[in-house]
Design a binder for this molecule. Structure first.
Ligand code: 58G
Length: 231
């Protein structure tokens, strides 16, 4: 899978997504990630990428042309048209389900706005879908873009260590994950649930399912109701 991010702050995205599991996965060739600087595509002699809003009002608006020229450069190097996602509080709120759907696409481009937003015309021209990280406003689309990349990339073949199966995890079957414990067996007087030390795999599995159900019912009654409805 090919993932591109178009942003005014490519170093910010590169730094975060080159660490740890996702950095190793890129080196292994599980996916390729390129962060593009929209400012490299301005024709303005002062490298400007924003201007005041027509109609007045506060702040600055990102101009259409640098974004479009950056998009064209990405299409040209890839030889394909990416599925273009604009990160915005107006988008559909991101879910595990959407991450699963994006993970089968060959090429996605995440467009990050800044300031008061982006000239609507370039959005109308190139954007296929708007995604929101949640119902709040941020200074830029970079953090939501990184969160989408993380959720999508970790489902690609070879990204997670073999013994970790994302399909067993939280939100995959619509339930929250059961609690985890590691050594020591007693810490600050708190014991690991004895069933986990029993070596009895069936009992352990049943305990974990019961914990998942109880945890979901208590912490996310909305998810729990959905889970019961789908059964
Ligand atoms: C209002 C203000 C609309 C994504 C700013 C659009 C992006 C939140 C999210 C903007 C974002 C989210 C400019 C800065 C988009 C533009 C960006 N804020 N909830 N802000 O995913």
């Amino acid at each position: 899978m090919r993932i591109d991010i178009a942003t005014l702050f490519p170093e910010m995205c590169d730094a975060v997504l080159s660490e740890s599991i996702l950095g190793r996965a890129q080196k292994k060739g599980c996916f390729s990630l390129t962060c593009w600087n929209i400012r490299d595509y301005t024709l303005d002699k002062h490298r400007r990428v924003d201007d005041v809003p027509y109609g007045g009002g506060r702040g600055m608006v990102m101009q259409a042309d640098p974004i479009y020229r950056c998009y064209e450069a990405i299409c040209e190097t890839a030889g394909t048209k990416p599925h273009v996602i604009y990160l915005s509080p107006k988008g559909r709120v991101f879910t595990q389900q959407r991450a699963v759907e994006l993970a089968v696409m060959p090429h996605i481009l995440l467009l990050c706005g800044h300031y008061e937003g982006v000239d609507q015309r370039v959005l109308d021209e190139i954007v296929d879908e708007e995604i929101s990280a949640g119902d709040y406003v941020l200074t830029g689309g970079e953090l939501p873009a990184m969160l989408v990349v993380d959720a999508v990339a970790r489902m690609l073949p070879g990204v997670l260590p073999e013994d970790v199966c994302f399909e067993e995890e939280s939100h995959f079957n619509g339930l929250l994950e059961y609690p985890q414990y590691t050594r020591p067996a007693v810490w600050h007087g708190r014991e690991v649930p004895p069933v986990l030390l029993s070596g009895h795999h069936l009992h352990i599995e049943n305990w974990r399912i019961a914990q998942s159900l109880a945890e979901t019912q208590q912490k996310r009654p909305d998810l729990y109701a959905d889970y019961l409805n789908k059964k």
